[in-house]
Design a protein around this ligand. Structure first.
Ligand code: AMP
Length: 287
């Protein structure tokens, strides 16, 4: 058990990575915004299995937060994160200060079109541009062979896959399953912002997704009907501030009306201070 080295400059990170790569070692990256939980740690575990050297980046990326979003209250605690990582054999934590990553005059952005328009993209203008820009910068700093992302942020994983493919980055993207609390709520640093009453009701989101999955597996093919039932239950039990509930194609993220092959059911809702997202991938039973 040892505390991972903390690297704070791009140059030092690149030198370290080049040294590893020169020695023939496979470098893996787990990008995070910190305040780590078991969901993040499962990605670290997966990364360790698939690489020789694991880098966890911890960077709360101001570019991906809108002006009225929760950047100011996003939880941060580097010492706590480093302690949690002690048990995982992580060789480095990349933790650049915002001024190092976005120095004065910074004016280059990376944007994936199409895939970023719907779902969260429709409610968080500029969010995915912030994500794809920071991930590109993390990739050029860490120079990994592979990077691990969570299915929890399904749209993000689809967008990153497209980014890597379109720009020929040659980095393998691994998408790991969502880790949940015992009651089914998807783990998220944002769950901290839930009131007690909201926290008690929040597992209803996943239950609603599971019900929808079961109805598809039982033969339901009409996405409109599924979404209407989900809206009704979430509106009644949790919140009427529903950003979206959609049944989409897993690759294109286009809405699906009639379910004939695998789909993703994705949702985002707003509570008092938190915005929660979740999704399930569903394979309809073959008839
Ligand atoms: P974040 O720190 O929220 O930006 O998340 C960093 C990475 O962890 C992203 O790839 C997320 O998809 C992933 N992640 C967040 N929550 C979970 C979870 N509950 N299970 C699995 N992965 C997660």
């Amino acid at each position: 058990m040892s505390t991972p080295a903390v690297i704070t400059t791009v140059q030092a990170m690149q030198q370290q990575s080049d040294a590893w790569r020169g020695a023939g070692l496979r470098v893996g990256l787990v990008p995070t915004m910190g305040y780590l939980h078991q969901g993040h740690l499962s990605l670290v575990e997966r990364c360790r299995q698939e690489s020789d050297r694991t880098v966890v980046s911890i960077f709360v990326n101001p570019l991906q937060f809108g002006p009225s979003e929760d950047l100011a209250i996003y939880p941060r605690d580097l010492d706590r994160d480093l302690k949690l990582l002690e048990e995982y054999q992580v060789e480095a934590v990349f933790h650049p200060p915002a001024e190092e990553f976005y120095p004065e005059g910074f004016s280059t952005y990376v944007e994936v079109e199409g895939l970023t328009q719907g779902l969260c993209g429709a409610f968080r203008p500029g969010h995915f541009r912030g994500v794809t820009t920071v991930v590109t910068k993390l990739f050029t700093a860490v120079r990994p062979h592979l990077a691990v992302f969570g299915q929890k942020d399904y749209q993000q994983s689809a967008v990153i896959r497209r980014l890597v493919r379109d720009l020929n980055m040659g980095i393998a993207i691994v998408v790991a399953p969502t880790v949940r609390e015992a009651d089914g709520l998807a783990m998220s640093s944002r769950n901290l912002n839930l009131s007690e009453a909201e926290r008690r009701r929040a597992p209803g989101l996943y239950q609603t997704l599971c019900q929808a999955r079961e109805s598809i597996q039982a033969g339901e093919r009409d996405a409109g009907r599924i979404v209407a039932r989900m809206r009704e239950r979430i509106g009644r039990e949790l919140t009427d501030r529903i950003d979206y509930i959609e049944v989409v194609d897993p690759d294109t993220l286009e809405p699906v009306a009639q379910i004939e092959s695998a789909v993703v059911i994705a949702l985002a809702v707003r509570l008092a201070k938190a915005r929660l997202i979740d999704n399930v991938l569903v394979e309809p039973a073959s008839s």
